[in-house]
Design a protein around this ligand. Structure first.
Ligand SMILES: Cc1cc2nc3c(=O)[nH]c(=O)nc-3n(C[C@H](O)[C@H](O)[C@H](O)COP(=O)(O)OP(=O)(O)OC[C@H]3O[C@@H](n4cnc5c(N)ncnc54)[C@H](O)[C@@H]3O)c2cc1C
Length: 414
């Protein structure tokens, strides 16, 4: 769990002399050990491949989000132990009225560290902390099919390389994709202690002109934040305002840029997944489920390469076409994301209530879930906490914020 308010975070990542040189060749190099990267490593477990996964922090060290996900995704992946709270309703607040939606499926908050550790438990890869700087020239020239990656601990090469590093897409050619001009949303949240039974969303221009505020309870803490679809809108002041409106004091800031447009799935023979491929859904900014979903898809393709059932080029083509097949859904959600800020506030309240009709909620939320359906994760889940399966079983400081993306928090303070 995150450190208590005022407590100094304990950094688990090795520093200084503890960071020994790291180089050599592997079968698969996965850069980024959060949702997307761990999902891939997990799919490769038991394949016999020499898989290395690197991250600048220890696994689970830096929470990346409010950690909300459809419960069934946790169940199907055998991750229920990380669940903190479950919700079957969603409370929508507007300045002109509120509505409580009864959801056709439940949504859960989870503990980031615990979830990452559970994913890691099912992997047989090697993990090292290293900061990835970008692509390096191959040690023995081009043409051997290996891709070389420069880290702060040395150069690592592999024929299969994945960028699961988040929106920066470090291993891409560098296309000048930077906020505030790139299609990135801005998200910031705090985690005061407290309890609530309600999963809540605010669509209120007093907090954000285009975007929403949230409160995601997680047993003994509330994850309260503001997301702005407009990267130019600074969300720090209104995150504080919403937190205080809820009778809490902001304690730990955690923020990041959130992509809301798909990017290329492969580039220069590197595979991109999760936020680095723009897999976070527009409108809802839900990117954990999709990072897991596309991570599983890519993991299956890579497994088939290391097991000799296909070549890298074939895996590139299949994965890219799977990614592309989702584009219309992402575009549709982006259209709604752009529409909502244009709805006059007086109409928004009645509209939100109208949309609460059971048939509409069931229809829209089921379609929404099907963008990255839980069944894709594989095993059956009946809803019972005992019914869990991992992949093997299936087949056989406000001033010194904890946030990973310090630059965003700094941008907020500017
Ligand atoms: C405030 C906020 C709240 C959110 N809440 C939710 C939510 O409740 N539910 C939801 O579904 N989505 C949520 N999201 C979106 C979600 O966090 C992302 O879409 C999701 O984390 C993407 O997963 P990922 O594995 O692709 O990337 P990330 O989780 O961003 O992981 C990238 C990993 O790469 C590592 N890394 C980055 N750069 C380097 C480097 N140069 N060298 C080495 N390692 C590096 C990082 O340390 C990190 O471990 C939220 C986002 C924000 C900002």
């Amino acid at each position: 769990m995150m450190a208590e308010s005022g407590a100094m975070p304990v950094r688990a990542t090795k520093r200084g002399d503890e960071r020994t040189p790291l180089d050599g060749e592997r079968d698969v190099l996965i850069c980024g050990a959060s949702f997307a990267g761990l999902a891939i490593a997990r799919e490769l477990a038991g394949s016999g491949a020499d898989v290395l996964i690197v991250d600048r922090y220890e696994i689970g060290e830096r929470q990346t989000s409010a950690c909300g996900i459809p419960t069934e995704w946790l169940g199907r992946l055998g991750l229920m132990d990380a669940e903190r709270q479950r919700f079957d309703t969603l409370v929508m607040h507007t300045p002109h009225g509120d509505a409580r939606y009864r959801l056709p499926w439940t949504f859960s908050t989870f503990d980031y560290r615990e979830l990452c550790q559970l994913l890691w438990r099912d992997c047989d890869a090697t993990f090292e902390t290293a900061k990835v700087n970008g692509r390096a020239a191959p040690a023995n020239g081009n043409g051997n099919g290996k891709i070389s990656v420069e880290t702060d601990r040395g150069v690592i090469s592999a024929p299969l390389v994945v960028d699961a590093l988040g929106w920066r897409r470090v291993l891409a050619s560098g296309d000048g994709y930077q906020p505030p001009d790139a299609p990135l949303s801005r998200g910031l949240e705090v985690h005061p202690g407290g309890e609530s039974d309600d999963l809540e969303i605010w669509i209120d221009r007093k907090y954000v002109p285009a975007g929403y505020g949230w409160s995601f309870p997680a047993r003994d803490e509330l994850r309260i934040g503001i997301g702005s679809f407009d990267p130019r809108f600074h969300v720090k002041d209104t995150t504080v305002e919403l937190t205080q409106d809820l009778g809490k004091e902001p304690n730990e800031y955690q923020g990041n840029w959130i992509p809301h447009k798909l990017r290329r799935a492969t580039e220069g023979s590197v595979f991109f997944v999760g936020d680095s491929a723009g897999h976070c859904l527009p409108l809802s900014a839900e990117g954990i489920r999709t990072a897991l979903y596309f991570g599983i898809a890519l993991g299956r393709e890579l497994r088939s390469v290391v097991e000799g059932r296909q070549g890298r080029a074939e895996a590139e083509a299949t994965y890219a076409s799977f990614h592309d097949s989702h584009e219309w859904k992402f575009k549709w959600m982006l259209r709604v994301q752009k529409l909502i800020p244009r709805v006059p506030p007086r109409i928004l309240g009645p509209l939100i209530r109208l949309m609460g009709a059971k048939r509409f909620i069931d229809w829209s939320f089921e379609h929404y879930l099907q963008i990255a359906p839980p069944e894709y994760a594989g095993s059956k889940w009946t809803g019972s906490a005992d019914d869990q399966h991992g992949p093997d079983q299936q087949q056989g400081d406000p001033d010194e914020p904890l946030g990973r993306e310090r630059d965003l928090v700094e941008a907020e303070q500017a």
